[in-house]
Design a binder for this molecule. Structure first.
Ligand SMILES: *Cc1c(COP(=O)(O)O)cnc(C)c1O
Length: 432
């Protein structure tokens, strides 16, 4: 490994020009006490920094790159599309193609609107739900992330069960009042909130697999009860499948569990590495969106032909091949390997795992919601992380993120990763 001297230098320069030197906070590596690496190339399962170091990548652009970096078919689709013009501001056939792939893959989606990020998708879905139900409140779960729109940057308040408080300055306190917060996997607190405020709740938004407090798996009846209670009170159910969409199977996670939300939000994988988000659902709801209906939502670059081409190429490849079996098998192999290592070194840990996603928590208690996730030993994680990175393994630089395996990863990649993890665990147990 070369000392990442150029990265350090560039980071110093970036900090003079860009707040914190990054265009999205978690990239700054603050949670693990390191400087970020500057990447200049990526291919398959590997990324390369500007100091000529190679890493096996488990960030995969935070989820989108399920086929790995620079997949030749996707690159080809992007180049071909770009040659025909990068943006028209007018309808194009590529929009129909991606919309059709999405509607065919996810039965609860009759119609879908393309936007340019997951944030826009969830923000627009909430606006639509409020308009459709004529209600104002949105219920979310603590630790779930739905992008950075004002009404979602709200955490659970202390004191009163349901009163939210802003997680960021600059969010009017009234927004916090419009967002109720419950804990993930907790049906009882959900029922309590609905008893008090049910008739004011426009929608419940949930990550059907929670991936933004580390990976948290929904317990048996949690999503079933969520569907039942929202129906009972006439609230809409929004599945935020920005991460889980096309990750566990071809379609949404909802396909696997056979629960139909009213609205689904998508992003990440459906853009094939370009900026795309989408929200879709039942026709009678989606027809409220302008210009068919009155709920305003627009975008200069929405349905961008290059982004649509990347997304369609990705979904077509996913549909055609048995990638899910392959990446899920790799996931299982990885997790079995990590468990064996952890058991033999006697560390308290939890590993949450689904298919090609996993998170390792240094804690003895089962991690099933925000409060059980945050008690993890983040100092140990930082030490562990440092060793992994120096061994050429690029995990997300925070205890509270998910590792993603792509179809470009190989068994030798995983074996190399496991031997780095073994070293990482050893060093995480040393003093100092
Ligand atoms: C990433 C993410 C978002 C936000 O998407 P952006 O494209 O970053 O705006 C929303 N919801 C979930 C579940 C996400 O993981």
């Amino acid at each position: 490994m070369n000392d990442p001297i150029k990265s350090r230098e560039r980071f110093a320069r970036a900090q003079e020009l860009i707040p914190g030197g990054v265009n999205s906070p978690v990239r700054a590596f603050k949670a693990v006490g390191l400087d970020p690496l500057f990447i200049d190339q990526a291919k398959g399962s590997k990324i390369y920094d500007i100091d000529d170091n190679e890493y096996i990548d488990y960030v995969c652009s935070w989820g989108p790159l399920i086929l790995g970096h620079a997949h030749p078919d996707i690159v080809k689709a992007i180049c071909r599309a770009a040659e025909l013009g990068t943006s028209y501001g007018a309808p194009c056939e590529k929009e129909i193609e991606l919309a059709q792939l999405i509607c065919e893959a996810i039965p609860s989606i009759d119609k879908v609107r393309m936007v340019s990020s997951g944030t826009e998708a969830t923000m627009s879905a909430a606006r639509l739900a409020r308009a459709y139900t004529g209600r104002e409140k949105i219920l979310k779960f603590e630790g779930c992330y739905h992008g950075h729109a004002d009404s979602f940057l709200i955490k659970a308040g202390s004191g009163l069960l349901t009163a939210g408080v802003p997680t960021s300055p600059g969010i009017p306190i009234e927004y916090a009042g419009g967002t109720l917060v419950s804990s993930y996997n907790d049906i009882e607190s959900l029922e309590d909130i609905f008893k008090i405020s049910g008739r004011d709740i426009a929608a419940v938004i949930v990550e059907p697999i929670a991936g933004n407090m580390g990976l948290i798996i929904p317990e048996n009846e949690f999503l079933v009860e969520l569907r039942r209670i929202t129906e009972q009170y006439g609230s809409l159910l929004i599945f935020d499948e920005v991460i889980s969409g096309f990750r566990t199977c071809y379609g949404g996670y909802q396909n696997l569990i056979e629960i139909k939300p009213d609205i689904t939000t998508l992003g990440k994988i459906i853009g094939g590495g370009l900026p795309v988000g989408a929200y879709g659902g039942r026709q009678d709801i989606m027809d409220w969106v302008a210009p068919e209906g009155d709920v305003y939502q627009a975008g200069t670059l929405s349905g961008n032909p290059v982004a649509m081409a990347a997304g369609s190429a990705t979904l077509r490849l996913l549909k055609k091949h048995e990638y899910y079996t392959y990446i899920n098998d790799l996931g299982q192999y990885m997790v079995n390997g990590i468990k064996k290592l952890l058991t033999s070194c006697g560390l308290e840990y939890q590993i949450n795992h689904m298919g090609s996603m996993f998170s390792l928590f240094f804690t003895e208690r089962q991690v099933k919601d925000y409060s059980t996730a945050v008690i993890s030993d983040t100092k140990r994680f930082a030490k562990f992380y440092k060793t992994l990175l120096s061994e050429g393994i690029y995990f997300p630089p925070s205890q509270f993120e998910v590792c993603f395996i792509s179809a470009a990863h190989t068994l030798p990649d995983i074996d190399r990763t496991l031997s780095a993890i073994e070293k990482g665990l050893y060093w995480s147990m040393q003093e100092g």
